[in-house]
Design a protein around this ligand. Structure first.
Ligand SMILES: [Zn+2]
Length: 368
């Protein structure tokens, strides 16, 4: 089995100084979770063979700052991999990933979350691809030069922009996977229309189970599967579970607002206290079980079969985790739950990573 996580925000933690060569103990909040969900030790403990580290930039950065930030995060990943030669290896192809697994190495892939760092220049897209970026999530929380986001207050383009169409065509030519997570429904339908290769949703859940704009409708999942693509289920409790999301969404907004204030004045005791209180209020809401992840997998399987679903944790990019799956070290619990629900070994292998690697192979082959 090749167990693959198609999306985590570990580079953010590397940029904050986390040392993935050892367990990041200093991040522990008593009785809560470690602040980092990922490190190389826990990846090994969880039986994870490969993980996509997202080079994430905020839509609120100006273009040069976004490009600079992308370089910085890539550099941090390069450093972390270089410091752990017997444990992990930077990887850009499924064949290489399988070889790494045979040699006891965990494959670290690079994805880019938000196309802002390429600005309006396809040369920059090509350069990031040469640096090892194998997929690009077209945008994040807001619209950018490429397309609209599912959480933009106002659509800017009504789907892909004219430049966005060029980006998709160039990604097809380069053999980069187009990631439809975070993009608006209209953008999704444009990508399905214009991409010549299968597309992926690297960290998205099902809207039929929780009506959230970040989740995909059944129609979208069917179209994605018909194109040969795959949806990788996100572990974020607010995407997984309707009731949890209803209870916690106002608290999350409060926490984010407080955090913005607090980061400006980290030593202000009143802000520290407010931060503690908002985090405590959030943590007091009972989190859904990790089995919800498997409910979303079941839903996709019922809709389009087992060949079009996988796992995209979003670890280190989410402030809460499902109950029972607090970090990457616990990934085997999903495999055990799939087995309990009657999936065959073959089906589990495909869901665990085979499906995503198949799509990656296909996208890369189409470029040649
Ligand atoms: Zn994301």
């Amino acid at each position: 089995m090749f167990l693959l996580d198609s999306h985590c925000d570990a580079p953010l933690m590397l940029a904050k100084g986390a040392d993935f060569g050892r367990r990041v103990e200093q991040g522990y909040v008593p009785g809560k979770f470690p602040i980092t969900h990922v490190d190389f030790q826990r990846m090994k403990k969880g039986g994870v063979n490969g993980s996509f580290f997202a080079i994430y930039t905020s839509n609120f950065l100006d273009p040069d700052a976004a490009t600079r930030r992308a370089f910085e995060l890539i550099a941090k990943v390069f450093d972390a991999v270089e410091r752990n030669p017997g444990k992990v290896a930077l990887t850009t192809t499924p064949a290489q990933a399988r070889r790494n697994a045979k040699n006891g190495l965990i494959s670290i892939f690079l994805g880019m979350e938000n196309g802002a760092p390429i600005q309006k220049d396809l040369s920059l897209l090509r350069m990031f691809n040469r640096l090892g970026i194998t997929y690009m999530t077209l945008t994040h929380a807001r619209s950018n030069e490429i397309c609209d986001s599912c959480t933009s207050p106002e659509p800017r383009w009504g789907g892909l922009s004219p430049f966005g169409r060029e980006v998709v065509a160039e990604m097809n030519r380069l053999g980069m996977m187009v990631d439809v997570s975070h993009i608006s429904d209209d953008s999704f339908w444009d990508v399905v229309k214009y991409s010549k290769a299968p597309v992926v949703a690297t960290h998205s859940c099902c809207r039929a189970l929780n009506d959230h704009p970040r989740n995909m409708t059944d129609e979208m999942i069917v179209a994605l599967a018909e194109k040969g693509g795959v949806i990788q289920i996100n572990f974020y409790p607010s995407f997984l579970d309707k009731e949890y999301n209803a209870k916690v969404s106002a608290l999350i907004d409060a926490e984010e607002d407080t955090q913005v204030e607090w980061l400006k004045n980290p030593s202000d005791p009143a802000l520290q206290q407010r931060m503690r209180e908002t985090v405590e209020a959030m943590n007091a809401v009972p989190r859904p079980s990790y089995k919800k992840i498997v409910d979303h997998i079941d839903h996709v399987v019922r809709l389009v079969g087992f060949r079009h679903v996988g796992l995209g944790s979003d670890f280190d990019g989410i402030e809460t985790c499902p109950d029972g799956l607090e970090d990457i070290g616990k990934m085997q619990k999903i495999i055990i739950e799939l087995r309990k629900r009657g999936y065959s070994d073959y089906e589990i292998r495909q869901i665990a990573g085979g499906n995503f690697l198949r799509v990656m192979e296909q996208v890369q082959r189409l470029s040649e």
